[in-house]
Design a protein around this ligand. Structure first.
Ligand SMILES: [Fe+2]
Ligand SMILES: [Fe+2]
Length: 280
């Protein structure tokens, strides 16, 4: 199974540059082209939130037009820049967002790795939370299939990034309970988040947690006392998570990669089918 993660697309209305600089629609178009060019292509694409720069029906319609070009199925979860009502109106109840509940959370059962998509949004606020209702729901979903490898996805990373400019923890409430809950469910092979606009990996809840890269404007790795939050000119990227069910001597495992999006020169092949193509 190949799962592609996109995040923080921050789509604005057509013709608008975010922060006066960034054509996020063009950036998503390029990411879609990169994903569609994968061979083999992904089984599923997961969007870990901040779909729009500011949630609105017009922006979600614009997102739908661009992301609709994906060859692979797509599912989305909300971020702090999203608006649940507008998202529900445009995508609620579709295969991209198969729920219309108060919280936009759902489970994808169709693949080798089960995917539990959580809604960590506090409406009108930047950080997220796991309230008792959402923790209970997550516990119920995890308890239903204790033997299936599972990814838990949410927008807000539940860990500290070490970036001093955006040092606030992603979850202001429920992070400790979320950590404890995951430790009770050893089938969780990965926690996938977004929000921080750059790839970050650490441990959380007895498993591996990754904040995925963004398809639009990356944030810099600033760790100094000035507490800068810079947008940097690194390439946007996608996450590619490979479920290796029989391929490794150690058995099944999930391996996570970061793939930059851009117009690169053609690859230079060194090996093909184990045979040397180019010698030094
Ligand atoms: Fe974002
Ligand atoms: Fe965010």
């Amino acid at each position: 199974m190949i799962l592609v993660q996109i995040s923080d697309t921050h789509i604005d209305e057509p013709g608008t540059l975010v922060y006066g600089h960034f054509d996020t629609s063009l950036a998503l178009t390029k990411a879609v082209a990169t994903i569609n060019a994968m061979d083999p292509g992904p089984d599923l694409v997961l969007h870990t939130g901040d779909i729009a720069s500011h949630g609105s029906v017009a922006r979600y319609e614009a997102f739908k037009d661009i992301a609709g070009e994906l060859k692979a199925p797509l599912v989305v979860i909300p971020g702090n820049h999203d608006d649940r009502d507008a998202l529900r109106e445009v995508l609620g109840g579709t295969s991209w967002l198969p729920t219309t509940g108060d919280f936009l959370h759902f489970v994808v059962e169709d693949y080798a790795v089960r995917l539990i998509c959580c809604d960590s949004v506090i409406a009108g606020d930047t950080p997220g939370e796991f309230c008792p209702d959402r923790l209970r729901w997550l516990d119920e979903q995890l308890s239903e299939a204790p033997d299936r490898p599972t990814i838990v996805a949410l927008h807000h990373p539940p860990f500290y990034s070490g970036m001093t400019g955006s040092s606030a923890k992603g979850l202001v409430r429920g992070g400790g309970e979320f950590d404890a809950l995951l430790r009770q469910h050893s089938q969780v092979v990965r926690v996938l988040a977004g929000h921080v606009h750059r790839p970050i990996t650490t441990t959380f809840g007895g498993t591996i947690a990754i904040a995925g890269p963004t398809t639009c404007y990356p944030f810099g790795l600033d760790t100094g006392p000035e507490r800068l939050l810079n947008i940097v000119h690194e390439p946007p990227s996608i996450g590619v998570h490979l479920w290796l069910d029989e391929a490794t001597p150690a058995g099944a495992d999930l391996v996570s990669h970061v793939v930059p999006v851009g117009d690169w020169d053609a690859p230079i092949t060194l090996l093909k089918n184990g045979r040397q193509v180019l010698t030094s």
